[in-house]
Design a protein around this ligand. Structure first.
Ligand SMILES: [Fe+2]
Ligand SMILES: [Fe+2]
Length: 184
């Protein structure tokens, strides 16, 4: 085996940061599934919608769309075809699913079965999406990004988190999801 093929993947600081977020997202999806498996507790569902919108979409997908994907494009990966294009269109599909769930939940006579159906589809879609990123896109990223890209991306992620989501909000989500997870 050639030496380059032995390189250990997913060790860059910026990519590891995204991976750690994937781990929390997995826990969040388990919590969401347990909420969907019984009569829906509206308060819990509303909290989870906040997690889906703020932590997953705005913060996590935001870091990928605003910084990781453009940097990969600068390093030669096509933004309009291939894995990035797939990831972008999946982000968009999941964004639409969240909007549909919210729209239904806000109705005075909301259709619980419809909410469950869309939310279950969302859970499956996001699990597949994470898998694709980890097995394909993040591996490509570690091959084409250099140390400097990694350092800059890590700094950009941190700044984005503070400016867009606010200091401490990320940690608050971690705590809440871990507590909810213990109860399921
Ligand atoms: Fe993504
Ligand atoms: Fe991701």
């Amino acid at each position: 085996m050639k030496k380059s093929a032995e390189k250990k993947f997913l060790t860059m600081e910026s990519i590891v940061k995204l991976l750690e977020e994937h781990r929390l997202i997995e826990k969040g999806l388990d919590v969401l599934e347990s909420i969907l498996s019984q009569k829906i507790d509206k308060n819990k569902l509303e909290y989870m919608l906040k997690f889906l919108k703020v932590f997953i979409d705005k913060c996590h997908h935001g870091k990928e769309e605003n910084f990781l994907f453009p940097r990969l494009e600068e390093r030669g990966l096509n933004l309009r075809a291939g894995p990035i294009a797939v990831m972008l269109s999946e982000h968009e599909q999941m964004r639409n699913m969240i909007a549909q769930i919210e729209k239904e939940v806000e109705k005075p006579e909301s259709d619980e079965e419809k909410v469950k159906r869309i939310a279950e589809d969302y859970v499956q879609a996001l699990r597949m999406h994470k898998l694709k990123e980890e097995s394909v896109l993040f591996k490509i990223a570690e091959q084409i990004l250099d140390e400097n890209d990694d350092k800059e991306l890590s700094e950009l992620f941190e700044k984005f988190e503070e400016e867009e989501i606010g200091k401490g909000v990320h940690e608050k989500f971690h705590k809440m999801i871990e507590e909810l997870e213990k109860k399921i």
